[in-house]
Design a protein around this ligand. Structure first.
Ligand SMILES: NC(=O)C1=CN([C@@H]2O[C@H](COP(=O)(O)OP(=O)(O)OC[C@H]3O[C@@H](n4cnc5c(N)ncnc54)[C@H](OP(=O)(O)O)[C@@H]3O)[C@@H](O)[C@H]2O)C=CC1
Ligand SMILES: CC(C)(CO)C(=O)C(=O)O
Length: 308
């Protein structure tokens, strides 16, 4: 599990509890605490405690061949994907282990594919989960915490990854992670981006959680506007989301727990924001298509300005 933070830490703990062997990567105080005291996850009142090997990326490379692993899961922030992939590049290039991303955004899988080739990439997303590191070595998580995964960029009829995806679906689900395989993961990633562009930047700007935003008389219109602009942007990737996706995603996030988004957590901790991979991804595509995106442009500009 590359980047065992809020999301990676939760899923790693579930898999370990079910008997799977895991190795975690992290850095700083969190890494020190994982080594000294193990990983503790508070999931809706259930406490999961797991002692798992934890390393920096340079230690990982020194200790293991990449093909020691059946699967490498990337649960970093999108801001770190390129740098970490470059760091792991030689280690991964000479191997054949498949790589699953469970990050937000639609540009992580292409970045991973640049290093290892599309055939080794599984796209994925963490759905209906809120999670973050509360203290070094400690993670809080809530929600149904599903995973949707699939062959990147989409499954071919004779795709050799189908067998592995079936194995993962069964193993993850048996471990308590409701998992489904999609034959069009790019479509699923775009649907998730509709939610993330709708609520993440605005939550970081206002300090409000997802429920407060989607039930607020004015902010809900901005959320809806940013979601609609994401639907429009999807056409640049030939994904063609439609009004039914917009309605479904707005409904999903309005009726989900009151989540402090990952971007709000990052803002509060003074960490880099996944703004470029969320709002930036939408704005670049809208520009290419010649489509206006005034909500996303405004929120993106205000948030960028508040950071400087
Ligand atoms: N949190 C949430 O509720 C949700 C998040 N997501 C998505 O899941 C992904 C992961 O998010 P989340 O778990 O919140 O992120 P976190 O920041 O909690 O976890 C990422 C982990 O990776 C570590 N890391 C980052 N860069 C490096 C590096 N160069 N070397 C070693 N370790 C590194 C981080 O360390 P450090 O803390 O020092 O940066 C951190 O421990 C994101 O794409 C996010 O958008 C999806 C659904 C919900
Ligand atoms: C909005 C939310 C919680 C939806 O799962 C999310 O993906 C995030 O916080 O990044």
């Amino acid at each position: 599990m590359i980047g065992a933070g809020g999301i990676g830490g939760y899923y790693a703990a579930r898999l370990a509890r079910a008997g799977h062997e895991l190795v975690l990567t992290a850095r700083g105080d969190h890494l020190q605490a994982l080594r000294a005291n193990g990983l503790t996850v508070d999931y809706e009142g259930e406490i999961l405690r797991e002692s798992l090997p934890a390393f920096s990326h340079s230690e990982l490379i020194q200790r293991y061949e990449a093909d020691t692993f059946d699967l490498i899961v990337i649960a970093l922030k999108s801001t770190a994907t390129r740098a970490v992939m470059n760091e792991l590049s030689n280690w991964l290039k000479d191997a054949s282990v498949p790589i699953l991303s469970i990050q937000n955004g639609v540009d992580n899988e292409p970045t991973i594919a640049e290093i290892v080739g599309e055939n080794r990439v599984l796209g994925g997303l963490a759905v209906r989960i809120g999670g973050h590191i509360t203290d070094p070595g400690k993670v809080f998580a809530e929600g149904v915490a599903q995973i949707v995964m699939g062959a990147w960029p989409r499954q071919r009829p004779d795709d050799p990854r189908i067998f592995l995806l079936g194995q993962l679906e069964r193993a993850y689900t048996a471990a308590g992670i409701p998992t489904t395989v999609s034959d069009n993961i790019r479509y699923e990633l775009w649907r998730k981006l509709v939610i993330n562009n709708g609520v993440n930047p605005l939550s970081a700007l206002t300090g409000l959680d997802t429920r407060s935003l989607t039930h607020h008389p004015e902010f809900q219109k901005i959320v809806y506007g940013m979601m609609a602009e994401t639907v429009a942007a999807s056409k640049a990737d030939n994904v063609n989301l439609g009004p039914e996706d917009l309605a479904e995603m707005f409904d999903l996030i309005s009726n989900f727990n009151a989540i402090k988004t990952s971007m709000l957590v990052d803002k509060e901790k003074g960490r880099p924001l996944e703004l470029d991979s969320i709002a930036g991804a939408v704005l670049r595509r809208c520009e290419r298509l010649g489509v206006e995106a005034p909500y996303t442009m405004t929120v993106n500009a205000l948030l960028t300005h508040s950071q400087s």
